[in-house]
Design a protein around this ligand. Structure first.
Ligand SMILES: Nc1nc2c(c(=O)[nH]1)N[C@@H](CN(C=O)c1ccc(C(=O)N[C@@H](CCC(=O)O)C(=O)O)cc1)CN2
Ligand SMILES: [Mg+2]
Length: 295
């Protein structure tokens, strides 16, 4: 790995180790409940990894796997039962849900104190107001990786491309909390390359393969690529490969630090989910934030 690559796999492994050490020191064993509806192959892999890693760090894991034809009412009922179970600390509903189910309706049912994905309106409100609460995992991973590369982020200009509820908007608030100067750019932004060239930290979360070119990046900037895009590649046995939103070959020589895809932000998502589950378990019992888990 080049010296300017930010190794998300290694940082995620270290965070999981901190989570495991914290759990070993607690008098309670946190429990993560995962709800998967249907048989989307990628979701099955992600949920499998969530269960595997939660067990590896010493958590209890609860799985609710429901068939694709489950009604919205039954998914809501599943969430309500997990809310009511005092042994469950964290609940996540794997997305996307099948098309006949309204994800917003289901997510709204999650008890905010167990909302380890940080997706409910209450969690978003707490983040926006700077109040304690559970923060979305992928944006938290972006902040941890930027700190890994730069240390203190105070005063840095962070440009985020993308204004989604899952990544762009919460990332903006989390980098603001780190005392960054934040710009949120999007598909209607004028002169996007010029805006991006002003960034000390450039976070791309748009889902368009290789969109961010080398000449969009200020020399020495920290580039955090959230995009995970599958593109055709005839040279691979599988016929495809994963690329980010950033044209890595062009950006790597310009950037001071850059996350690869795969192996950058992706692995942080699940590590941050485990961290959130411990934070939820502690908050529910009025225990302080464990030392090893603050960012
Ligand atoms: N309820 C949620 N649903 C979804 C989330 C989420 O955070 N909460 N995020 C994604 C899927 N996801 C976790 O659920 C996830 C995506 C990617 C990775 C990851 O490690 N990616 C690897 C590449 C994996 C591959 O080879 O395919 C990487 O980037 O290195 C982890 C978790 C949507 N749904
Ligand atoms: Mg213990």
């Amino acid at each position: 790995m080049n010296s300017n690559h930010i190794d998300g796999k290694a940082v995620a492994a270290r965070l999981r180790e901190d989570v495991a050490l914290t759990i070993a020191s607690l008098s309670v064993t946190p429990t993560l409940a995962v709800v998967l509806v249907g048989d989307d192959p990628a979701s099955q892999v992600y949920v499998g990894n969530k269960v595997k890693f939660s067990q590896a760090v010493g958590m209890n894991s609860v799985e609710r796997r429901l068939p694709a034809e489950t009604t919205e009412a039954d998914v809501v009922e599943t969430v309500r039962a997990l809310n009511a179970d005092p042994d469950v600390d964290g609940i996540l509903v794997q997305l996307p849900l099948p098309a006949h189910i309204d994800s917003d309706r289901v997510i709204a049912e999650i008890d905010p104190d167990k909302d380890v994905d940080g997706l409910t309106e209450i969690s978003a409100g707490r983040l926006s107001l700077g109040k304690p609460g559970l923060r979305p995992c992928t944006p938290t991973g972006c902040v941890i990786l930027a700190k890994e590369a730069l240390g203190d982020l105070s005063g840095k200009h962070c440009v985020i491309i993308g204004r989604s509820i899952l990544v762009g908007k919460p990332a903006a608030l989390l980098f603001l909390q780190q005392n960054c100067t934040v710009t949120v750019a999007h598909s209607r932004t004028d002169n996007l390359p010029v805006v991006c060239r002003g960034a000390d930290i450039l976070v791309s979360a748009v889902g368009r393969p290789n969109m961010v070119k080398g000449d969009w990046i200020k020399a020495g900037a920290c580039v955090i690529d959230v995009g995970i895009n599958r593109v055709a590649d005839a040279s691979r046995k599988s016929g495809s490969r994963l690329v980010g939103d950033v044209d890595f070959a062009e950006a790597e020589p310009v950037a001071g630090a850059i996350t690869p895809v795969p192996g950058g932000v992706g692995p942080m998502t699940i590590a941050c989910l485990l961290r959130n589950t411990v934070l939820a378990a502690c908050a529910r019992r009025d225990l302080p934030v464990p030392d090893g888990l603050s960012i």
